[in-house]
Design a binder for this molecule. Sequence first.
Ligand SMILES: Cc1cc2nc3c(=O)[nH]c(=O)nc-3n(C[C@H](O)[C@H](O)[C@H](O)COP(=O)(O)O)c2cc1C
Length: 301
Amino acid sequence: MELKVKIGKLKLRNPIICASGTFGSSDELKGLADYASIGAVTAKTITLNPCPGNCPPRIYETGCGVINSVGLEGKGLENFIAEDLPRLSKVKTEFILSIGGFSINEYKTMVKRLSQEKAVEAIELNLSCPNIKRKKIISQSRKDTYETIKILRGLTKKTLIAKITPEVTDIKEIAVAACAAGADAISTVNTFFGLAVNIQTGAPYLGNCYGGYSGRAIKPMALYRVWKVSRAVKIPVIGGGGIETADDALEFIIAGATAISLGTVNFIDPAASVKILRGIKNYLKKKKINNINQLRGSLDA
Ligand SMILES: Cc1cc2nc3c(=O)[nH]c(=O)nc-3n(C[C@H](O)[C@H](O)[C@H](O)COP(=O)(O)O)c2cc1C
């Protein structure tokens, strides 16, 4: 059975990707998860300079998802390169490095620097973080998306993935702009905006007031957007949002995703990827499909 998929130049042994911010930055989950059965891990978004993230509380759990306002907490690019990058080659999966800039110059510096590193194969441009104070998220504007990716494309030959927000009127337009600017793949969805209020105090539960909503609740909305994007662009789409089971993952593939990303489910069960992969294999066997790529975009609509 053929499970291999390609995202730009990146070859994955199977279509399962653990999403940024939910699976550490290198090998933190060894002992809890079997890296050898995961297609790729997207590391937590890296910023140019060390960043403390947002003030606590940063996680609020709802009945069917999570609102987080972690922000882009991290040690900064040079510390990541010195401490984490050497460890990645020892982990038995592919790594995608996610970067987030507070300005276009920061994105440029990071892309240039990571391009010099042989160990880096693919860069995910986080153009969609809901938790940083900025007038507008880059991928909420077609023009900003196009211009940002166009500049960064000129700086690297590494695989560039554009992670775009679902919080737009027409996500298809943003994906088309990303593709026209030279992105090798689209990753969607990032979280939706969410708010939770403590009615006793009248204050928001999260220290940063609002956050990004993820998990089971967003699945139908995410799936719809992945379907729309997949039909609009010819580059691969990494689709996710609320995937918890193999059936969920298969829905995204049938809707057009080349690979699927698992986020919040990793907090419920760090071994979810293994179970989801097993379920996908069983389905393909039952349906007598010997190549996962045959299933992609087969939605009968
Ligand atoms: C606690 C937490 C932290 C996250 N941090 C990042 C991040 O640093 N960069 C990023 O691109 N997405 C981040 N995300 C978004 C996930 O990668 C994913 O796109 C989103 O949660 C939707 O998928 P899910 O419903 O499967 O969780 C984060 C999500 C959560 C729950």
